[in-house]
Design a protein around this ligand. Structure first.
Ligand code: ZN
Length: 258
């Protein structure tokens, strides 16, 4: 085995195991959450200094709050947008995109709305919670690219006069049916699922690893801390940053590729 300085034997063994699983798999998918974007500077919503410390989510992130006072909610959305627009994809996003070249990688199912997988080059991204880079008119359903809409006056409006809302799932809204269906199909047909940067506690995304497991897939989680997956469905739990683990996996797979 090749010695990689600074990496412990146990860490190495986990990468070797993950590489073997990825090599054997006929269909690999990933489920990602907020943890993968933390190293891109996207602030976590929950916890200390999170956006929800400053803005009560029941007042700002619920669809009813938006419908009641879209201008007020847009003040928070504009602040969030400032942080998100400065963010860039990190090594983990790029590695997932590279997995398409070196493994039987099929799709990324993401709970994130930050567009970073798409920017990193992943060709199939299932947006479980939508994408804040698109705005949708609540009256006529017309979609706008966010960059084509001025936020000088809030809330921004469609040419028809309707209020524009980020095309992302608010509390109280359903998961887009098409994304839900595609995610289920991917979970049921994969033989390896990488759960990255998510504790997978929020339904219905939380059911995806279990759905994959029931259909015979191997479940690998890459999370900094133990989650509810660790002692339940995870076959392998790698408690390190995805910005290290995923590039290491890509590198190992490149080495074994002809
Ligand atoms: Zn409209």
């Amino acid at each position: 085995m090749k010695e990689i300085p600074g990496r412990s034997v146990e860490k190495n063994a986990q990468i070797v195991q993950l590489t073997e699983l990825a090599k054997r798999a006929h269909k690999v998918i990933a489920l990602t959450g907020a943890g993968i974007s933390v190293d891109s500077g996207i602030p976590a919503f929950r916890g200390n200094q999170g956006l929800w410390e400053k803005y009560d989510p029941t007042e700002y992130a619920h669809i009813e709050a938006f419908l009641r006072d879209p201008g007020k909610v847009w003040v928070m959305l504009a602040e969030m947008d400032l942080a998100v627009s400065k963010a860039k994809p990190n090594a983990a996003h790029y590695a997932l995109a590279h997995l398409e070249q070196v493994s039987s990688f099929s799709s990324v199912i993401t709970q994130n709305v930050d567009n970073l997988h798409q920017r990193a080059g992943s060709s199939r991204v299932i947006e479980f919670h939508g994408n804040t880079q698109r705005l949708k008119c609540l009256s006529c359903n017309r979609l706008y690219g966010k960059d084509h809409v001025s936020l000088a006056v809030l809330p921004p409006r469609c040419t028809c006069g309707g209020v524009l809302k980020p095309d992302a799932v608010f509390f109280g809204e359903a998961i887009p049916w098409e994304a839900n269906l595609q995610a289920s199909q991917e979970a049921e047909s994969c033989d390896l699922i990488l759960v990255v940067g998510t504790s997978a506690v929020v339904a219905p995304a939380s059911s995806i690893p279990f759905m994959a497991k029931r259909n015979g897939a191997t479940v690998v989680e890459i999370n900094l801390e133990p989650t509810m997956l660790t002692d339940t469905v995870a076959d392998l739990s790698i408690m390190r940053s995805a910005t290290e683990v995923l590039p290491e996996l890509v590198e190992e797979l490149r080495n074994v590729s002809p």
